[in-house]
Design a protein around this ligand. Structure first.
Ligand code: ADA
Length: 573
């Protein structure tokens, strides 16, 4: 299986591999240093988090990556980065082409045509937590903020004067199977274009359609295409259809792109989230992209085995915490029928962060990028932002409003949410379609009991009552986080906090509430596996400097709670 979109004619080269590398420490002037002239003598894999590699672990500063590639003389091309962090500069043949500060967001750089065939690429990556350069992150975030080129790098080249930047397809017509297509064009776009579409070309129902003389308005050509013999998509039947688009001039193909879609409709009714009109009960986990040896740069094998773990657990849902997701993961979720909550980067952002105009601007920009990048994945049902932000402070309602509006403008077909950890004080829940609550009864507690498990039901009931009393009872509520830490292998006669037994007992209670209460729409347990977090004094509540609330440890070894949750999610009582 490929991940989507993919191309059959367009020349696409993956630049992953071993790049030349140098780590310059934390003292070089990012504006004036001659990065492109530097002789890098070390080697670093791409993708990889450089500070997950011995020699660079725990270091913060500036790293330089170099490689080269060929582009036909005189041809325009584009570099695409799946995600990197925390901050980057891109040079090609010594020319500075881009600087970025949106960790985890996909990025594109147009490459001007040149009469040179061999091009030299230099990428400067800085992993310092500098609020002026990278307002989206801060030292208090509870996951290790690695540096590096974390996801694949691709070179796209095209022959013609114009090309497909992306194709956005709305596939909510579950009655008729009509897909609403937008071709987003780049380059010197003519006023009209011709497009051929092959539908499910490898199947018995392969169909060809031609759309000629499509008007291009603001770089976009729109048309509808019916998918013959379509099936609807759902977790029980993740039926996908492939649409292969070719821009043509006469018989010449100018550019091509294949997307894969699923027809499904997401909604809310009677306090539940619905899929194709049927109420859903979401059963799943929050998942970081993390591994001690790779940071967020997960190899393909791990992405696939994480998905196999979610399936084994009996999940139908995953919350991609806390940033734009790897497209390979979303493609697998489409294929395997897992529903996804994707959210833009933000983690308990401070008042100081909220007050920075660049924070708000970048929140909007990254949220827009996330939606555009993931739009065609049927698995994504919820868009989120500002995890545990300052939603109880009236001063910041405006940003919540702006982000909710932006999401609805970009994509009115999915549901808007954000995860709140203070639902009683939250002032913005009227803005969302789904109320996502991060609650830690029995864990972050002030009660003196050794095993304050009874708090679980009490707190969940109190939140439900409060929402009802504020007229919010009809909005679906999910337990977007709930959990307890356990140290892998730790058994203890008191079965207290950090023991595998305590975690298992707490999650059993939480799952029973989520699965049996009619007025809870679902649960995403915090979290699938342990992940490295900050190594500062804040880690006092984080033994091993890991967030240990995984039901697997960081090497994906199951704790006791794994089997408990698996039994409950699968209904194997
Ligand atoms: C928060 C946060 C998570 C994690 C969790 C915890 O709710 O959203 O990223 O930090 O708390 O373990 O305390």
């Amino acid at each position: 299986m490929a991940f989507y979109p993919t191309h059959h004619y367009r020349q696409v080269l993956c630049l992953d591999g071993f790049w030349n590398f140098a780590f310059l420490g934390d003292s070089c002037d990012l504006e004036t240093f001659p990065f492109a002239d530097l002789e890098c003598t070390e080697v670093m894999a791409v993708p990889q988090a450089f500070d997950a590699v011995p020699g660079y672990q725990g270091r913060r500063g500036t790293a330089v990556y170099q490689t080269s590639f060929r582009v036909e003389r005189g041809r325009e091309a584009q570099l695409r980065f799946g995600g990197l962090g925390l901050w980057a500069l891109v040079f090609v043949d010594g020319q500075r082409l881009a600087d970025w500060s949106r960790p985890y967001s996909p990025q594109r750089v147009d490459l001007p045509a040149s009469d040179q065939e061999l091009r030299k690429l230099t990428v400067v990556v800085d992993n310092r937590l500098d609020p002026d350069r990278v307002p989206l992150v801060a030292p208090h975030y509870d996951f290790y903020l690695y540096g590096g080129i974390w996801r694949s790098v691709w070179l796209h080249q095209w022959d013609g004067d114009y090309h497909l930047e992306r194709v956005q397809i709305r596939s909510t017509d579950i009655e008729g199977g009509t897909a609403e297509v937008e071709l987003h064009l780049g380059g010197g776009v003519p006023p009209k274009v011709d497009c051929l579409v092959s539908i499910d070309r490898d199947s018995g129902t392969a169909t060809e359609r031609a759309f000629r003389g499509l008007s291009v308005v603001n770089g976009i050509a729109r048309f509808n295409v019916g998918v013959p013999d379509f099936k609807t998509w759902s977790p029980g039947q993740p039926a996908l259809h492939k649409l292969w688009f070719r821009l043509v001039e006469g018989t010449r193909v100018i550019d091509d792109l294949e997307e894969r879609i699923g027809f499904r409709q997401v909604g809310v009714a009677g306090g539940r989230i619905t899929l194709n009109g049927e109420p859903l009960k979401l059963k799943g986990f929050c998942r970081h992209e993390g591994h001690p040896e790779f940071g967020p740069a997960l190899p393909q094998a791990l992405v696939a085995s994480d998905l196999a773990i979610l399936e084994d657990l009996g999940c139908n849902f995953v919350r991609g915490a806390h940033y734009c997701q790897d497209q390979r993961f979303l493609s697998l979720c489409d294929e395997r029928g897992l529903l996804v909550f994707e959210e833009a980067l933000g983690w308990g952002a401070s008042e100081e962060q909220f007050r920075r105009p660049s924070f708000a601007d970048q929140q909007e920009d990254q949220t827009r990028r996330m939606i555009r990048e993931s739009f065609n994945h049927p698995s994504v049902i919820l868009w989120g932002f500002l995890n545990e932000g300052r939603s109880g402070d009236p001063a910041f309602r405006d940003l919540y409003q702006r982000l909710a509006n932006l999401v609805r403008e970009e994509d009115p077909t999915r549901l808007v949410t954000y995860a709140t950890n203070a639902p009683f004080e939250d002032l913005n829940l009227d803005l969302v379609d789904v109320i996502s609550t991060n609650l830690y009864p029995g864990w972050y507690t002030t009660k003196e009991e050794v095993r304050p498990l009874e708090e679980v039901g009490d707190l969940l009931r109190a939140v439900r009552e409060d929402l009802r009393s504020r007229g919010l009872g009809d909005k679906p509520q999910i337990l977007s986080e709930i959990g307890a830490a356990a140290l892998y292998g730790w058994r203890d006669p008191l079965d207290g906090p950090y023991s595998e037994q305590y975690q298992s007992d707490l999650l059993e209670l939480a799952c029973r509430c989520a699965l049996t209460w009619e007025d809870l729409a679902g649960i995403s347990i915090w979290q699938l596996y342990d992940v490295r977090t900050y190594a500062s004094a804040r880690a006092n509540g984080r033994p091993r400097t890991f967030n240990n609330k995984g039901v697997l440890d960081e090497y994906r070894r199951p704790k006791q709670a794994y089997r408990t949750v698996r039994r409950l999610f699968r209904g194997d009582e």
